[in-house]
Design a binder for this molecule. Structure first.
Ligand SMILES: [Zn+2]
Length: 345
């Protein structure tokens, strides 16, 4: 659903980070916002890390002609061109991070590295015969939405879903001329998500693991683990245990403290867990029912006000919280005709 025009200054300030260009954020690092189609999230940050005569890019953007043009212009501002990119380090396989790296590699060269945990999702995108959300929505009790999705017959464009050159394992150090980046596996947003830690300069390329303005979605992927929120919360704790660092997120402005934002995200999920449990105690038993009993986005929208895509995200999000409540012994989960029913213990 379209947001009202950005008349108030707060709303304008929230969008300031989307302005195109190469914005210096730390010595040798520029933040380059690239456009996204659609009207919810407007941009994704690609970070250009200078490495002598070459560049390493963290994340690649969404493959669009406009993205190539704006990336080329931004690199020209700092004295480079697209052919100078030696490597794309991509935090996860989502289209807005990965596909433009593939498109740029095809046209301008360079290599792509992606977390090895993403391999199953890339393969599933290429080979899945039906949408994995159909059984998930059924399990959540959203039978009508599952039916709608089953009837959808869109063409799949697989052009930009080629494999990376290298699958990165957890903990691998990536030596650059000026710094060393460590790839750290942070499953949750996706199962193979990586952050890149520049410990020497106290900076964290956080991808979608830690975002300053929005709460990252959990487990939006073809091969979703049973309890993606449990993985996500563990990954937040893992990064919280590292020394504090400047937050270089994939969406939103750069901020001074990763720790501060992780504390907010952990609090947010505890509040959502409490609200989810209360909705089950009030008599809602399926993820679909609980989703409709809760409010969504920072504007506290009703479920019915969300568009189809966000309704499906909301149902997944609720299921993820219900599963963590089950693991914590707060709720029981019983399958009935393929639908998961939750009850207070
Ligand atoms: Zn993502």
């Amino acid at each position: 659903m379209p947001e009202p025009a950005a008349a108030d200054p707060d709303e304008e300030a929230r969008h300031a980070w989307e302005r195109p260009g190469a914005h210096p954020v730390a010595p040798g690092i520029h933040r380059i916002p690239l456009p996204l189609p659609g009207d919810s999230l407007k941009a994704v940050n690609v970070y250009a890390v200078a490495d002598g005569d070459e560049l390493v890019l963290v994340d690649g953007g969404w493959a669009l002609a406009e993205a190539e043009q704006l990336l080329g212009q931004a690199l020209a501002e700092i004295g480079y061109e697209l052919g100078d990119v030696r490597e794309y380090l991509v935090t996860h396989h989502h289209r807005d991070h990965y596909t433009n790296a593939v498109a740029m590699r095809r046209k301008h060269g360079g290599t792509i590295s992606l977390g090895e945990g993403e391999r199953a999702c890339i393969e599933a995108i290429r080979t899945a015969e039906s949408h994995p959300d159909i059984p998930r929505l059924f399990e959540a009790g959203a039978l009508e939405l599952a039916r709608m999705l089953a009837e959808w017959t869109g063409e799949r464009d697989l052009t930009d879903w080629e494999d990376p050159d290298r699958w990165l394992p957890d903990g691998v150090d990536l030596p650059l001329a000026t710094r060393t980046l460590r790839a750290i596996h942070t499953p949750g947003h996706t199962r193979g998500h990586l952050v890149f830690h520049d410990a020497g300069n106290a900076a964290l390329f956080a991808g979608d693991h830690v975002l300053p303005h929005i709460t990252p979605s959990i487990g939006v992927e073809m091969n979703r683990p049973r309890s993606p929120l449990r993985h996500y919360l563990s990954s937040l704790e893992l990064v919280r245990a590292l020394p504090d660092a400047q937050l270089l997120p994939a969406h939103g402005p750069v901020t001074a403290s990763v720790h501060e934002r992780i504390d907010e995200l952990l609090r947010h999920h505890e509040e959502r867990l409490a609200a989810t449990e209360a909705a089950v105690v009030a008599g809602n038993s399926t993820a679909f029912e609980v989703t409709q009993a809760l409010t969504w986005t920072r504007r506290r929208r009703r479920f019915a006000e969300l568009d189809l895509f966000n309704q499906i995200l909301a149902i997944h999000e609720t299921m993820a919280h219900l599963r963590v409540l089950g693991e914590r012994g707060r709720l029981s989960e019983t399958p009935a005709d393929g639908v998961a029913r939750f009850a207070p213990v």
